[in-house]
Structure formats: C-alpha cells, structure tokens
Ligand binder design. Sequence first.
Ligand SMILES: [Zn+2]
Length: 145
Amino acid sequence: MAECPFCDIIQGNLEASVIYEDDLVLAIVPLHAPYPESALVFPKEHIDHFTDLPRDLATHVMSVGFDLSKKIMSEYQPGRMGMGVHGYGVPHAHFNVFPQNHPMDVVFRKMAYIKDGEVRFGFKNLPVPSREQMDEIARTLREKT
Ligand SMILES: [Zn+2]
C-alpha cells in the first residue's frame, strides 16, 4: 500500500517505538498526541476504515488497547483514560489510547487553535517527543506486559 505510514512501520521502513506486537496487531507510541504516554493500536493488514475490520480483529485491536490503557493508568496515573476511533488522519484503521487530565482532553484540547475566527484542531501546537522519550515509554509499557 503506497503512502501509508502505518504500513511503512509494519514493514520496517519507518521508525516507531513499539509497545506491543503480535501476528495481527501493532501498538506504538504516537508521534503526535496531547500526552506522549499514549498508544496507537492498528491491525497489520491495511484496512482503511475501522468499521471494515472483521469483528474478531476489531475486538482484538480494542482488547490490546484496553490492556495498554490499564498499563498507562497504572504507570503514569493520569486522571482518566480515553480510547477512540476518529476515522480521519492516516487512512489505516487505528485505535487511539490516550490519558486525560482534564474533561476537554477527550476532544484533544491541546490541539485546538483559532484561525480565521474558527476553532480548529491540529498538531502544530503539540511538542513532538524525542525518539528517546517515545522509546522509554514503549519500554516501560512493554515491561508491564
Ligand atoms: Zn496501511
């Protein structure tokens, strides 16, 4: 699949901090997230929409996300954990697992900015964690497996 960064990661052509991997699923520390102690879980098969996943695979992706959510909560102790599929961005089904320390974190308040009088969301105001920081988060969460 051309132009898919998740497939590039799966094929080893793009660097990522891997938290979890099995035959069907990969979980990594995301490059862009309101809090770096987050995870992206996606199937190794390129499938665009989450709703197109076979039920067993969708259940497995969400189950891995649930386990990682518990690990992030245990290790980093955010106020709450959130999980979701927003369906946009990378066109490869993925499940977001993210800590929340404020009620508006569920809508990624740290990504909000105003342009032309409209509230917009994007990565431009988020600090990008270093590879070392992402590797440390991945290592910490792998050790909890
Ligand atoms: Zn893909």
